[in-house]
Write a protein of this length. Structure first.
Length: 70
């Protein structure tokens, strides 16, 4: 009977470890999403300007080659 109780207690302890690991995983996922959102907001203008410059370069690709250009 004592071994049965010990097995139940050990099983419960292992579940709590797994639950704690899952909670840490969720916290890390939320932090990662927050970092991506903050970076997207912070660098929004730079990304837009880069895409606009690349688009302009591609549109002007048929013209003469200019030093220091695209």
């Amino acid at each position: 009977m004592n071994t049965f109780i010990l097995r139940i207690l050990a099983s419960m302890q292992n579940r709590e470890r797994g639950q704690t690991l899952a909670e840490y995983g969720l916290i890390m996922a939320v932090i990662a999403v927050a970092i991506v959102l903050v970076a997207g907001i912070a660098f929004r203008t730079a990304v837009i300007n880069s895409f606009q410059a690349a688009t302009k370069c591609l549109q002007d690709a048929g013209g003469p080659v200019v030093a220091g250009g695209c």
